[in-house]
Design a protein around this ligand. Structure first.
Ligand code: ADP
Ligand code: SF4
Length: 702
């Protein structure tokens, strides 16, 4: 299909200093969870984006000096020549497809704990970052930077930039964003210096200027220099010389950078979940920079619609469409627009499971794209699947939730004759209800995309309103059977041993499944959440918005404690407070009888009584695997019916987040009957040295 001329503007080349991006699609730096110990995985992950049409593909944060050590979080390094080869693997892979490669050179300053190397970290004035989230808390404060440290910082940036050029990068970053070292110089809260690096804005911005200068020196006329910067805070500060300190920063630095990469000042605003923040939330800051500079500007906004993207360019908001999450959810997004296949774009749902992977210290995962991070390790390509060994072999998938839909789609693409049977009249499984919870409507993209793709496959038949039992299956005689029958919430309580144990039952006790089924709950409602992800808080908010008096109880110190991993914990708290939900943290429900729940403080064991008409327990889920058990008890009949495999997938195997269900459905379908990657899990290993790859790499100069 031909490209829609409306989107031609997105395919215009953009000059960035001495290099030219082939189009306006810019995969911005973002954490991949892949360190230097996973160079092949990292290269293949970024190569896929280049193959998918992105004009520029960037690394995540790359430490320029051992004094910037973010362990145990997964970061990359370019500390010495030994690190060059590992990065060259990526640039070569990206160049193969005509994209430019960018590298985000990074020093974390007072935000890193240097846990690995045990050298005290440093900040402009010894000011520490004092986060309250436990995994960021360190117990050693940074040392005050001396002039010698500043000289060494500049030298580290210069050497890292030279190595980056040697490794083949086209765009070299100075990173003055989101709390990291150069940003710390910009803000008076961090920077109390009385020398030429502190005090006036001209002094505070000096370090960024000097970092840009040394990077330019290393870049020569071969590479562009980019500045990634956060300006939200500075926009609110008056300046003697300009409308705000942010205005002055842009004016002072515009001549020194070839590209502005604008990001927000904190993780929760920079990478906000769709549950609380709409697309395009960065626009005011990006447009602000654009209005002050003639250099190209890149910014993000979780853009997935080509109309929005083209609109951003036409309205002069930015020059390059930046994307982290949309490039993860669909590495082939630009290509699909180029080929007039916009409806094939697998749109990011803004759930931030990808961010949670970084917090977990592991390669990136995605709800929408199960192949991300698996390009090399399992050899999964996002757009291609291995054909079935016996084309036309039949497969029956039971359950039309995320696992079943992904499974049916992937089996269909492989060429199986697929029947998808769903008990309910509507596809979607758990999403049928969950997308109706406050803020979660965007998650229906998981369902919409798969439903639309399935409609194109003539070898997949979808039957709704078909609840199948063991006899039906034996009659249908599929060669393969995948059970994607989901899971159910249980009324198990949380025990002092921190496991679900002991059931509370009887009138007034409910689970989220009851709320989903529309059961009317007597007021007031206690939502007891030890699942700790979104369901407890979303349910509490939903009930409160529908006029119920809601009390939220959790054994954790925080509401939706795990949601800190997806950057949505603070907003969740605010949402519950805003809807009048009463909060009881560090409490477990011990019992519930006759209109009263007994709460026990998890530390002191002190008891309190909470009047309530309904108790909704949001805790453990158990698989719906009764059908599986019934089937395997009839193994001989299965064999006689020619059913060669019966497999549980998704929540029916192990209840989890939607991302796990999609991954499970995809993996089963891709690997069925020895699909190329069956059981494959290649182990990556560090690459060291300068000698590399197919082309000679010159030694760093200077
Ligand atoms: P997952 O997240 O693993 O995809 P879901 O709970 O979202 O699981 O979806 C499971 C789906 O399976 C539900 O839509 C449910 O109606 C359907 N289902 C369960 N048992 C059967 C059955 N015996 N026949 C057909 N569909 C079923
Ligand atoms: Fe988007 Fe969620 Fe995938 Fe992240 S995990 S890219 S937020 S769909």
């Amino acid at each position: 299909m031909a490209r829609n001329p409306r989107y031609d503007v997105l395919f215009e080349p953009v000059r960035i200093g001495p290099v030219t991006a082939r189009n306006r699609f810019y995969a911005v730096p973002h954490a991949s969870g892949m360190t230097n110990s996973m160079p092949h995985m990292r290269a293949a992950f970024r190569e896929t984006k280049a193959e998918g049409g992105w004009g520029v593909v960037c690394t995540g944060y790359v430490s320029i000096d051992p004094g910037s050590d973010d362990a145990p979080l997964p970061y990359a390094t370019l500390w010495d020549d030994d690190d060059v080869r590992s990065h060259a693997l990526m640039t070569e892979a990206v160049h193969k497809h005509g994209a430019l490669a960018g590298i985000e050179l990074w020093h974390g300053g007072g935000c890193v704990m240097n846990r690995l190397n045990r050298t005290p970290s440093m900040s402009p004035s010894g000011t520490a970052w004092m986060p309250t989230h436990v995994s960021y808390i360190g117990n050693q404060r940074p040392r005050i930077m001396q002039r010698e440290d500043i000289r060494e910082l500049l030298e580290s940036q210069k050497q890292a930039a030279r190595r980056a050029r040697t490794a083949g990068f086209d765009i070299l970053y100075v990173y003055a964003g989101m709390g990291y070292l150069p940003y710390e110089f910009l803000l008076p809260e961090w920077n109390h210096r009385t020398d030429e690096y502190g005090g006036s804005l001209a002094n505070r911005v000096r370090i960024v200027r000097e970092l840009l200068e040394v990077t330019r020196e290393a870049a020569g006329d071969q590479c562009a220099v980019a500045l990634r910067i956060s300006l939200e805070e500075l926009r609110g500060r008056p300046s003697e010389n300009a409308a705000s300190e942010a205005h002055e920063v842009v004016q002072r630095l515009s001549g020194l950078t070839d590209l502005w990469d604008v990001k927000m000042d904190s993780e929760t605003t920079d990478c906000a979940p769709s549950r609380f923040t709409p697309e395009g939330s960065h626009e005011p800051v990006i447009a602000f920079v654009k209005s002050l500079t003639d250099k190209p500007v890149v910014g993000v906004g979780r853009f997935t619609s080509p109309d929005t993207m083209a609109g951003q360019i036409r309205r002069g908001v930015l020059d390059l469409i930046g994307a982290a999450r949309p490039s993860i959810a669909d590495p082939f997004l630009p290509r699909k627009i180029a080929e007039g296949r916009e409806e094939d774009i697998r749109e990011c749902i803004g759930c931030n499971i990808c961010i949670s992977s970084w917090h977990d210290g592991v390669p990136v995962r995605c709800t929408q794209n199960p192949t991300i991070g698996e390009e090399w390790r399992r050899q999964w390509h996002p757009e291609r699947v291995p054909p079935a060994p016996h084309r036309g072999a039949s497969a029956l998938v039971l359950g039309g939730g995320p696992a079943g839909l992904e499974c049916a789609l992937t089996l269909g693409r492989r060429g199986y004759e697929v029947t998808l049977a769903e008990a309910e009249d509507e596809l979607g499984g758990r999403l049928r209800f969950e997308t109706r919870l406050p803020g979660l409507a965007t998650w229906s993209r998981v369902l919409d995309w798969r439903r639309n793709q399935l409609q194109r496959l003539s070898n997949v038949n979808v039957y709704r309103g078909n609840h199948l039992g063991a006899d039906d299956i034996l009659e249908l005689q599929p060669a393969h059977l995948a059970l994607a029958t989901g899971a159910r919430w249980t009324p198990l309580l949380y025990s002092p041993l921190e496991v679900p144990a002991g059931t509370v039952d009887g009138p007034g006790v409910y689970t989220p499944d009851d709320v989903a089924a529309g059961v009317a709950l007597p007021d007031p409602v206690v939502v007891f959440d030890f699942d700790n992800y979104y369901m407890g808080s979303a349910l509490a908010e939903h009930l409160a918005r529908n006029g119920r008096t809601v009390k939220y109880v959790t054994p954790s110190a925080h509401v939706s404690a795990w949601a800190v991993m997806t950057n949505e914990q603070p907003q969740t708290y605010r949402a519950l407070r805003a809807t009048g939900v009463e909060l009881h943290t560090l409490s477990r429900v011990e019992s519930f009888t006759g209109g009263e729940a007994t709460l026990v403080n998890v530390y002191t064991s002190a008891r309190t009584r909470l009047p309530c008409g309904a108790l909704v327990i949001v805790g453990a889920r158990l698989p719906n695997d009764a059908l599986y058990q019934a089937l395997i008890a009839r193994r001989e009949e299965l064999t006689a019916a020619g059913i060669t495999s019966v497999t549980r997938i998704g929540d029916a195997l192990a209840p989890g987040a939607i991302a796990h269900a999609v991954y499970s459905g995809h993996r089963y379908a891709r690997e069925l009957e020895g699909g190329k990657s069956e059981g494959l899990l290649r182990r990556d290993a560090p690459l060291r040295g300068l000698d590399t790859l197919s082309r000679p790499i010159p030694a760093p100069t200077g």
